[in-house]
Write a protein that binds this ligand. Sequence first.
Ligand SMILES: [Zn+2]
Length: 197
Amino acid sequence: MRVAYWLLFGTVTRDFVVQHRKHHELSDTWNDPHTPRYGFWTLLGCCLIPDFFRSYKITVTDQEYSRYGVDKVVTETFTDRHPRLGVLLLLVINIMLFGVWGMVAWLVHLFVVNFLIIATITVFGHSIGYKNYELGDLTRNVFPIGVLCVGEELHNNHHRDSRRCNMAVNKNEFDLGYWYLRVLNRLGLVEFKTESA
Ligand SMILES: [Zn+2]
């Protein structure tokens, strides 16, 4: 999974975990590292530029690593130290396999990933859709059927209980990611730690 993340997304795991925990703690306050409160279009623009997850390229301090418990649970690895190398390696593999079309596929991949994952969660999940819970932040469920973004569409539900594996809570809601986890659980690759799964 770490290699896949490195190749496909260029995400620095440790930094991402800090950003995510900080975002949940300070959701939509002025100290939130990514909130549409800073400007919907500005944030959307940042998310859509295929710049290896620019919205998460925020400097994390040593104090933050320890404050959010990352230094204890996620060790820094080669992939963390060279985040862009993986995405560039993917480009080389694509070109070797498919020539020019490999490069086109790489660009489309970066755009789609930015749009479906970063923009949907960071921008739309905090501005467009419906609310199941009034949490004092801007979170919303973008769409009740979580297939395209494997459940991240149900962002208001996710902020209500971030430890819950199944982001769907109502009968009309569906979280595809949860069913992937169920399959991985059956295969013995994933363990559920919370009752609310
Ligand atoms: Zn959020």
